[in-house]
Design a binder for this molecule. Structure first.
Ligand SMILES: [Zn+2]
Ligand SMILES: [Zn+2]
Ligand SMILES: [Zn+2]
Length: 202
């Protein structure tokens, strides 16, 4: 086993395929690394400033891009997972090839399941979903309770198995509100207002 390389894995938000690639320690320290999906739709990037690694990873779960800053110990040893702040699920894995490939398989299954469950079917947790929907209704009833960064106040909801998507009726921007656990509900209740981030610039 070669210990001197790290494998990176993420799910491409454009085509939905798992992307994995290895980079050796030398490359990671010496230059910025870029790992692109073969579809050309997304790129994971790392950079190193001599103290910390900065990683920007396209997220196959929420469609956004997340950045993380990791100390070299975390980046180069053992296995690390980076969580998507919107869905609370791990969306990027860094570690040895075997671990990353195994995790990526599970992630691909999870994302596929979400896609299939889109529209109809049982909710992951009926009580939480019900509470999240009624909380959303409360937020929406406040003046400017739910708006989009593009300036629109018109939006529609799309109920999924473990989340509710708020979609801007004007620009198509999307905010995913997780609705799987009690914690999701607590998180939502902290918000007096919600802002849809607006359509991703292309
Ligand atoms: Zn792709
Ligand atoms: Zn995400
Ligand atoms: Zn909008």
């Amino acid at each position: 086993m070669n210990e001197e390389t790290r494998t990176f894995g993420y799910l491409c938000p454009e085509c939905g395929k798992p992307v994995t690639a290895a980079r050796d320690f030398f490359t990671l320290a010496a230059a910025d690394a870029a790992i692109a999906c073969e579809c050309g739709g997304s790129v994971l990037r790392t950079s190193y400033d001599g103290k910390r690694y900065r990683i920007s990873v396209p997220c196959g779960l929420c469609g956004g891009v997340h950045t993380a800053s990791c100390a070299p110990e975390r980046m180069l040893r053992g296995a690390t997972a980076l969580a998507c702040p919107k869905t609370g699920q791990f969306s990027c894995f860094i570690g040895d090839a075997g671990t990353v490939e195994r995790q990526m398989k599970e992630l691909a299954v999870l994302a596929e399941k979400e896609r299939q469950d889109d529209g109809g079917g049982a909710f992951l947790d009926n009580v939480v979903m019900y509470e999240v929907l009624s909380e959303l209704k409360d937020i929406a009833s406040r003046p400017d309770g739910i708006t989009c960064r593009c300036g629109s106040g018109r939006w529609k909801t799309r109920v999924r198995r473990a989340a509710v998507d708020l979609i801007c009726a004007d620009c198509g921007g999307r905010l995913r509100v997780p609705a799987a656990t009690d914690r999701d509900l607590d998180d939502l209740c902290c918000h007096m207002k919600l802002v849809i981030p607006g359509a991703a610039p292309r």
